[in-house]
Design a protein around this ligand. Structure first.
Ligand SMILES: Nc1ncnc2c1ncn2[C@@H]1O[C@H](COP(=O)(O)OP(=O)(O)OP(=O)(O)O)[C@@H](O)[C@H]1O
Ligand SMILES: [Mg+2]
Length: 263
């Protein structure tokens, strides 16, 4: 197995709980573990990677159902997103998800926070479509797991592909599979880092509709201004700082001004 797949296996949590009480998908929707989201707090967070101060002095509390993040390439968006599930831990300051410190309680945080990467190949870890979803449900008994896998795939139009090699799916189907596998683990918050960048317009719309319909809290990093328009709150990141934090209209306007004023 290649190193990247091994790393993806390590960071893919499994659904917890006894049969019948799991947070696994049921029928046409994926059921969050409990409640409607997480209380996420970033307290004076700094991230230094190598020689670079990537994030500086971030104080945030995220409670809205839909939070967007936008900003220039290299401004720190992905680093900020990765802080939320402990893929990156602060150099100083702390990140709390429902009171759990991402530095101390990384595994528990990753059960609460699912992460969708730009490139679905980075997180599809099993050979077939059904096996990939089943991996998130690996702690459940086989019979229950199989029924949940089939229901989850049917909900995303992937039922006919269940036994196909995952790498043969189209880009849009792979992204939907990645989302299905992430949701199968029952997260309460879904963080998606530019999940539509590799998709055509039709699949972008389809994926956006999927995200919009999720009961979970969503944090979406995107350069797609139309997707950001559907958020409750948008953060603009520039030079490692949050320079605007507002409703989508004024936040995107701030971002446009930054681009216009850039040398
Ligand atoms: N492991 C690392 N070591 C050193 N520098 C890093 C590391 N990871 C990221 N950086 C730097 O941190 C900065 C922010 O990176 P990040 O990936 O968060 O940006 P981004 O806003 O997501 O950019 P993009 O829009 O291109 O995806 C960049 O200058 C990047 O080179
Ligand atoms: Mg990025």
């Amino acid at each position: 197995m290649i190193a990247r797949a091994r790393a993806a296996l390590r960071r893919r949590p499994a659904v917890e709980g006894a049969p019948g009480t799991s947070a696994a998908p049921s029928g046409a929707s994926d059921r969050p573990t409990a409640g409607t989201g997480c209380a996420v707090r970033l307290e004076d967070v700094h991230v230094r990677l190598g020689e670079r101060d990537v994030l500086r002095g971030i104080d945030l509390e995220l409670r809205e159902r839909r939070v967007g993040i936008v900003g220039a390439n290299g401004s720190g968006k992905s680093t900020l997103a990765r802080l939320l599930n402990g893929l990156v831990v602060p150099t100083s300051g702390r990140v709390l998800v429902d009171g759990l410190d991402t530095r101390r309680d990384g595994a528990a945080v990753r059960r609460l926070v699912g992460f969708v990467f730009t490139d679905p190949d980075a997180q599809i870890v099993m050979p077939t479509v059904a096996e990939d979803v089943a991996y998130s449900l690996r702690r459940l008994p086989a019979a229950e797991r199989d029924a949940l896998v089939r229901a989850a795939l049917a909900a995303r139009g992937l039922a006919d592909h269940a036994d196909h090699p995952a790498h043969l799916l189209s880009g849009g189907q792979k992204q939907l599979l990645a989302l299905t596998s992430v949701l199968a683990a029952g997260p309460r918050l879904v963080v998606a880092d530019e999940p539509t960048t590799l998709l055509d317009l039709r699949n972008t719309r389809r994926f956006a509709a999927e995200l919009a319909g999720l009961p979970q809290q969503v944090v979406l990093v995107s350069h797609d201004l139309s997707l950001l328009g559907a958020m409750d709150r948008v953060l603009v990141v520039d030079g490692g700082r949050v320079v605007a934090d507002d409703a989508p209209g004024p936040a995107v306007e701030h971002y446009r001004r930054l681009v216009d004023e850039a040398p």
